[in-house]
Ligand binder design. Structure first.
Ligand SMILES: NC(=O)c1ccc[n+]([C@@H]2O[C@H](COP(=O)([O-])OP(=O)(O)OC[C@H]3O[C@@H](n4cnc5c(N)ncnc54)[C@H](O)[C@@H]3O)[C@@H](O)[C@H]2O)c1
Length: 300
């Protein structure tokens, strides 16, 4: 059993991973800007507060997930996204250094990868170079953590997680937007396969990967890809999601600004298997059908 501190504990992934870490027998504390059951109030941008909390709790492992999660949330205020991601991550690393804490699991993203000319599998050595504020903020956070790992001995596993889906995700995304449109009998707008292939991972698989990373002892800075093992167009996902729905109207648009899983090939997750023992376990079609359940109208 270890003492774990989770930032972003009131969030979609934070709630699931906190519960799962507790099931694994860990003593877990959580913090967030937003209220939640058993969640300590913390603004990651407040270094004095972050240092005080780390000193007080002295966790064996910090799981750092607090962030503005997703490129779609940066459009109105990219500076806020950079501020939370960069200052927040710097404050966590600095608080850990000052408190002598040595192990961190960071929730990074596959948004760090640069667009690729081919759709070959993408391993952790593939070129990085994000094209939006979200990916750039994660890449900057990774750079800070790499420096603290190399010079201050804070061993960091950065999980480069693809798009996460599942029940109770609050931030807007393809699956909830499709279900909302279907409920309202509105046409569904999706992006074309050339600009936007999707690599969804179920929140229970993402939480399991995080628990495995918490248990894995590594030195230095180790990026690890995490995905659900599928590589599908938005049209394939929407058609699976609404399989029982009477002919939804789907319009396919070309919108280079909507690039949710990067213009790259499928993430190679062999490092996750080798170092963490992670392989995806959720069947995406079954999980999508479960999410669609409430909007499927009764069959005549
Ligand atoms: N959801 C995905 O598809 C996905 C994919 C890859 C990586 N991630 C990363 O995983 C983490 C969790 O994502 P999520 O989907 O649960 O998002 P979420 O928005 O549900 O949770 C993020 C939490 O961070 C908190 N937060 C924001 N600003 C803060 C601040 N200044 N101080 C303290 N807390 C603050 C929010 O209140 C929220 O509860 C994020 O770092 C995200 O970038 C998410």
């Amino acid at each position: 059993m270890s003492r774990i501190h989770v930032t972003g504990a009131s969030g979609f992934i934070g709630r699931v991973m906190t519960a799962r870490l507790r099931e694994d027998g860990h003593e877990v504390t959580g913090s967030d800007l937003k209220d939640g059951p058993d969640v300590l109030p913390l603004d990651l941008r407040d270094r004095v507060a972050v240092v005080a909390l780390m000193r007080e709790l002295a966790p064996d492992v910090v799981v750092h997930g607090g962030a503005i999660s997703g490129a779609m949330l940066a459009t109105g205020d990219p500076a806020l996204m950079f501020d939370v991601s960069i200052s927040g991550t710097l404050n966590i690393a600095e608080a850990m250094r000052q408190s002598g804490l040595a192990r961190l699991v960071f929730l990074s993203s596959n948004a760090v990868y640069a667009d690729a000319a081919t759709r070959d599998p993408v391993d952790e050595d593939a070129p990085v170079g994000a094209g939006d504020a979200y990916g750039a903020s994660k890449l900057a956070a990774e750079s800070i953590l790499r420096a603290y790992a190399m010079t201050n001995g804070i061993a960091t596993i950065a999980l480069r997680i693809s798009s996460v889906f599942g029940p109770r995700r609050d931030t807007p995304y393809l699956i909830s937007q499709t279900l909302e449109a279907a409920r309202a009998r509105r046409p569904i707008e999706i992006t074309d396969a050339r600009s936007n292939m999707r690599q969804f991972v179920h929140v229970s698989d993402a939480a399991r990967a995080i628990c495995l990373a918490v248990a894995a002892v590594r030195s230095g800075f180790t990026p690890v890809n995490i995905t659900g093992g599928t590589y599908l167009s938005e049209e394939q996902i929407v058609r699976t999601l609404l399989a029982d729905f009477p002919s939804p109207a789907i319009s396919v648009i070309v919108d280079p600004s909507r690039n949710d899983d990067g213009r790259v090939g499928p993430l190679d997750i062999s490092r996750a298997a080798e170092l963490l023992g992670y392989t995806p376990s959720v069947d995406i079609a079954a999980a999508l059908a479960e999410l669609a359940q409430p909007v499927v109208p009764p069959q005549r």
